[in-house]
Design a protein around this ligand. Structure first.
Ligand code: HEC
Length: 101
């Protein structure tokens, strides 16, 4: 039991040490990549089926960060909303990450 607790403590320390960018990359991988693809092109089986756009497309480029934030938070058409699953800060860092892909 003691060992387990110290392992958890180390885990918590490591998580706290990861910079926000790396966290966004992890979140993206676990929650968004299945539809939007590793490069944000939406070129996945699910992405093509549901109609995810390429994040590099002119349409997305001219959409403001605020709008992308709202879409991620509330969802749009087949895009699920992440209101209850992610904090506002996490969503903001994800939008930054998407822009950097
Ligand atoms: C189940 C598949 C699915 C998952 C998982 C998913 N998305 Fe989407 N997403 C979509 C689809 C489909 C659209 C296009 C919605 C539309 O315009 O009709 C979309 C649209 C978006 C948009 C708006 C830009 C655009 O293409 O119009 C953003 C930003 C976005 N997603 C971010 C995210 C983020 C961040 C995550 C992870 C937290 C995520 N998505 C997870 C399917 C998904």
């Amino acid at each position: 039991m003691k060992k387990l607790i110290s392992m958890l403590a180390v885990g918590a320390l490591l998580t706290a040490a990861i910079p926000a960018g790396a966290q966004a990359a992890d979140l993206y991988k676990s929650k968004c990549q299945a539809c939007h693809g590793p490069d944000g092109k939406g070129d996945t089986v699910a992405g093509k089926k549901l109609g995810a756009k390429d994040f590099h497309s002119p349409d997305v480029a001219k959409t403001s960060d605020q709008e992308l934030f709202e879409i991620t938070k509330k969802g749009k058409e087949k895009m699920p909303g992440y209101d209850k699953k992610l904090t506002d800060d996490q969503i903001k860092s994800l939008i930054k990450y998407i822009r950097s892909l």
